[in-house]
Structure formats: structure tokens, C-alpha cells
Ligand binder design. Structure first.
Ligand code: PLP
Length: 320
């Protein structure tokens, strides 16, 4: 693992790569008490030439800095961060599996201040661990069935939904648990009456809009949506295709219900580093079971392949 300590008085210590180990922490450690924690998720891929690659790691570095800023943690130079991760991958090269498996990389930043009281931390630890991980879909795409959560919210205006703090993920977990108990695979989060995210993924809807145009749409970044790196990559790829329009905007849940009733809903999918792209087979909102015309995905599968080609096959910067 990689680790770098920061102290208010002395700044960042030299980052080190060390064997993975436990941390001795005092019971007053403020991460435990007040959730002073932020993290990232990225992957290392082994390409067709057996070389190691990462995908847009600068975006993870910058997002971790934004998360850190939200928690009054120190910032770092994103380029230095990427160099450190590359060095870790050189050391851990033998743990990077053959495709379609990948090495999942988890940069994490926590408070190391051992003191009660809600204050910006005086000491932090940035560490990066990793683990080989299999593909999200072991045998082909399996559409996900989701419940729209109309009581609990994942994020709210002025909150921390636009960054990756651990607290975002534990606070709504009871709603996720009850969706699992009711037989769903995940929840779709709303902000009021507009669609927000699909579990810990961004969501895309492909429909014929009210103006009769084919449109791929995703919720706009209004401060409550996590700016996913996969989301951004899909938007860039989709905008190259002129056979439909691509937009970011507010999507009222009632517009989705209406599009389904009027036979205009073509596809829905989720996206994120772990899944890459995953078709959504149905979304249940109150009494409405919303099933797109192509629950197995068509555009989503094409986008997945385009993205995977870039992640694993396209000539790019190679680390090892
Ligand atoms: N939304 C949430 C809440 C997430 O936790 C993630 C995963 O990081 C995403 C979306 C997808 O982001 P990315 O594509 O950068 O993995």
C-alpha cells in the first residue's frame, strides 16, 4: 500500500510504499466519531499486450482533492498523486489480473486527529490499497431491477453529494436494505421529484423526448450528483453520435412515467468505474413498473464496448 501522512505544522511527509498493514488508532480518532473520510475508486487494466494501464487517473486525483477540500483536509498535486499510484502499480504488478478482471484501486483519506470535538483535523493519512476484482457481470449483461426511493434521499442542496465522502454511503443504507428485502437489486435516488442517481452509479435514460427527438439524457450536475468519470466519458462518446441528442438536465420522475406510458422509453442504464455500463431492466416507482423497450440494452452495450476499447485496447499511456 501507499501511504502519506500530513500534519498541519509540517505538511506532507514523503509518500511511502509499504506492506499492507493495520493502523493503530486511538478510540477518540475523529474519523470514527464524525466520519472524516473521503475515498476514490479506480482500476488498473492489463491490456492485450500485457501492459498495465489506468483510465483518466487525473480525474480521480482532482475529485479526491475536491472531496478533501469539503472535509477541510489538505490538497495535493494531482500529477504527483498519479505518479505515486503508477509506482504502486509497478510494485504490485503481479496482482493485476488478466482481463476481464482488473485491479480495483482504493485511494482513501482519513483524519488522524485523536481528539473529541468537531474540528478540522490537524493530521490526516492518505493511503492507497488495491485488490484484484472480477468483472461486475460474470456471464454477460444482466439487467438490474430498481426501486425508486421516494422517502430517503442520498444527497441534498448544500450537502456533500458532489464528492465522495464515506458518510454519503452509510446514511441511506436502511433504504437500500429494504429495497433488497423487497426483491430489488438497487434503488434509484430522487432529489424531490427529479431523478438523481442509481445506487452508487450515475444514471442515463435514452428516450424519444416530448419534442419527438431521440435523446440520451442524464441528470445535470447540480451539486447533488457525483460527477462520475464514466458519466463524463459516456457524454463525450455519445456526443460524437449525431443520430441522437445528448443532454444533461433535470429529469422529473413523472416525465419517465409518462415516456413509458407513451411508449417513448427506449433504454435506461447505470454507469460507474465498477460496473462500467449496466442496463436497467426496470424501475418501480409507486405503482408503476417502468420497463424500457430494450431492457437488455443496445445503446448501453455499444457504449460499454466503446469505453472498454479505450480502457483496454486503445493506444495510450502505459505504466508498466
Ligand atoms: N455516483 C456515485 C454515488 C458513486 O459513488 C460513483 C462511484 O464512484 C459514481 C456515481 C460513478 O463514478 P465513477 O464513474 O467516477 O466511478
Amino acid at each position: 500500500m501507499l501511504e502519506a501522512f500530513w500534519n498541519e505544522d509540517t505538511g506532507w511527509a514523503k509518500p511511502k510504499i509499504v506492506p499492507t498493514h493495520d493502523f493503530p488508532v486511538h478510540p477518540f480518532n475523529s474519523t470514527f466519531h464524525y466520519a472524516f473520510e473521503g475515498f476514490e475508486g479506480m482500476k488498473a487494466y492489463r491490456d492485450a499486450d500485457n501492459k498495465i494501464r489506468t483510465f483518466r487517473p487525473d480525474m480521480n486525483a482532482k475529485r479526491l482533492n475536491r472531496t478533501s477540500a469539503e472535509l477541510c483536509f489538505p490538497n495535493f498535486d494531482p500529477e504527483e498523486f498519479v505518479k505515486c499510484v503508477d509506482e504502486l502499480l509497478r510494485v504490485d504488478e503481479r496482482w493485476i489480473p488478466q482481463p476481464p478482471s482488473t485491479l480495483y484501486i482504493r485511494p482513501t483519506i482519513v483524519s488522524m486527529t485523536n481528539k473529541l470535538g468537531v474540528h478540522p483535523p490537524h493530521e490526516t493519512l492518505l493511503y492507497v490499497t488495491s485488490s484484484p476484482s472480477g468483472p461486475y457481470f460474470k456471464s454477460g449483461f444482466k439487467p438490474t431491477h430498481m426501486k425508486v426511493e421516494s422517502q430517503g434521499v442520498r444527497a441534498w442542496p448544500g450537502g456533500t453529494g458532489h464528492v465522495k465522502v464515506g458518510a454519503n454511503y452509510c446514511q441511506g443504507i436502511k433504504y437500500v436494505k429494504s429495497a433488497f428485502a423487497a426483491g430489488y437489486d438497487q434503488v434509484v435516488w430522487l432529489n424531490g421529484k427529479t431523478i438523481a442517481e442509481a445506487g452508487a452509479c450515475n444514471i442515463f435514460i435514452y428516450w424519444v423526448n416530448k419534442q419527438g427527438q431521440k435523446e440520451l439524457v442524464t441528470p445535470m450536475l447540480d451539486g447533488t450528483i457525483l460527477p462520475g468519470i464514466t458519466r463524463d466519458s459516456i457524454l463525450q462518446l455519445a456526443r460524437e453520435d449525431k443520430s441522437f441528442i445528448t443532454s444533461e438536465k433535470k429529469i422529473p420522475i413523472n416525465d419517465l412515467v409518462k415516456a413509458h406510458k407513451e411508449g417513448r422509453l427506449l433504454e435506461m442504464f447505470m454507469c460507474g468505474t465498477a460496473v462500467v455500463v449496466g442496463p436497467i431492466g426496470s424501475v418501480t416507482y409507486k405503482d408503476h413498473k417502468i420497463v424500457p423497450k430494450k431492457p437488455d440494452g443496445e445503446l448501453s452495450v455499444a457504449l460499454y464496448k466503446r469505453l472498454q476499447d479505450i480502457q483496454v485496447f486503445f493506444p495510450c499511456l502505459i505504466i508498466v
